[in-house]
Design a protein around this ligand. Structure first.
Ligand code: HEM
Length: 367
């Protein structure tokens, strides 16, 4: 069986489709992962495994993070690292909390306010996407704009360690970020957010703070990268793009900003004649599934009429809980696309989603 080597190419790939084209040509849809366990690439294989309850959350390695215990605990208590009945209960509470949000009004206000106040020559990430994300995070947690900005600063510090290329020389700073974030999540308990109130009423104050801290990276960093990358695809295909969920999904599929996440097996699973033992890590390579030609013919082409479901937000019992918020913000931003004109070709020449500088700064004229 082939060992996954896609992400060892430091120079990246011309596109996400190009990164996995060879694997699909040779039929290497499941591979061994260089760090142990399996890497799952095929769309059908990802669908089947992600929906199997025995492909559950992977616990955080707190020993590896003993030098940064606060960060270690945030990961250890985050929803995505939970499994079994505890995960099901807490996921249910978080789904109910998200359902308590006035999503349409929240995203509409976040995007309209930011685009109206944007400078004539805006930086896509700093002046548009990050401000929109900050406004939506403030609304989600019921925080003041200042506290939402402090959350963003805390997450940026944490990112020194919680990134594919961790900076051990910045471990102390990353730990301070974790401490600040916990304090800010405690402030949210006293705020007006229906999301926080819903979580607190079902899981109690302490667990709510932990779960909020556990989604901060996704709610601030992952979503900013995702919307930034998806907007570049939208700019590059502006003639075909409409402000619809299907177009947003197609932009996100082509961008595939979260290339892989981990699951862990809690029981024997059989897939494609392979018997996977309990206790096996599974690297779910969503970016590969999103470019599997069996599910997405001509995977590099923008086509919002596709019949297969993209896997940008994962699938099944651990699927992303921020998908509706992320999609809704992107659709709302797509409504403004005619007012936003990039000053140069928007797409990076190489697809390198694990590199911090993958998305170069992009100036956008705001009309
Ligand atoms: C474009 C933005 C985003 C992308 C691409 C993304 C992607 C993902 C992916 C691939 C997973 C793993 C799914 C699986 O294993 O099946 C995930 C899980 C998760 N995401 Fe997101 N995410 C985004 C934004 C967000 C936001 C904004 C939030 C919250 C505010 C969020 C909260 C979560 C949570 C809580 C989980 C874990 C769910 C569980 O384990 O039960 N995500 N996300």
């Amino acid at each position: 069986m082939k060992t996954l080597d896609t992400f060892s190419s430091l120079d990246g790939w011309p596109s996400a489709a190009a990164a996995f084209a060879g694997d699909f040509r040779t039929g290497d849809r499941i591979q061994t992962a260089p760090w142990g366990g399996y890497a799952i690439l095929g769309h059908a294989e990802l669908l089947s495994l992600s929906r199997n309850p025995a492909a559950d959350g992977m616990a955080a390695d707190t020993n590896a993070m003993s030098a940064t215990p606060v960060l270690g605990r945030i990961l250890d208590r985050a929803l995505f690292t939970q499994s079994g009945p505890v995960h099901r209960l807490e996921r249910g509470a978080m789904i109910a909390a998200f359902a308590s949000l006035p999503l349409q009004a929240l995203t509409d206000e976040a995007v309209r306010g930011v685009v109206q106040a944007a400078p004539e020559r805006a930086d896509l990430r700093a002046d548009l996407v990050e401000r929109i994300v900050r406004a939506s995070w403030a609304a989600l947690l019921g925080l003041s704009p200042e506290d939402a900005q402090r959350c963003e600063a805390a997450v940026k510090k944490m990112a020194y360690l919680l990134s594919p290329n961790p900076r051990s020389d910045k471990a102390d700073l990353a730990e301070v970020g974790g401490i600040d974030l916990n304090e800010l999540c405690k402030i949210a308990l006293r705020g007006p957010s229906p999301f926080v109130a819903s979580l607190q009423s079902s899981l109690g104050a302490d667990r709510t703070v932990e779960l909020l801290a556990g989604i901060a990276f996704d709610g601030i960093e992952t979503i900013a990268v995702g919307i930034d990358a998806a907007m570049r695809v939208a700019f590059a295909n502006s003639k075909a793009v409409r402000p619809t969920s299907r177009c947003a999904d197609e932009c996100l599929r082509l961008a595939s900003p979260t290339p892989l996440t981990m699951r862990y097996t809690t029981d024997v699973i059989e897939v494609c004649d392979i018997v996977i033992e309990p206790g096996t890590p599974l690297a779910m390579v969503w970016a590969a599934g999103n470019h599997d030609p069996d599910a997405f013919p001509d995977p590099e082409q923008f086509n919002s009429e596709r019949s297969s479901r993209p896997l940008t937000f994962g699938m099944g019992n651990h699927a992303c809980l921020g998908h509706a918020l992320s999609r809704s913000l992107l659709v709302r931003l797509l409504m403004e696309i005619e007012r936003l004109q990039p000053e140069k070709a928007p797409l990076p020449e190489r697809w390198r989603p694990l590199a911090g500088d993958w998305l170069f700064p992009l100036r956008v004229a705001v009309i």
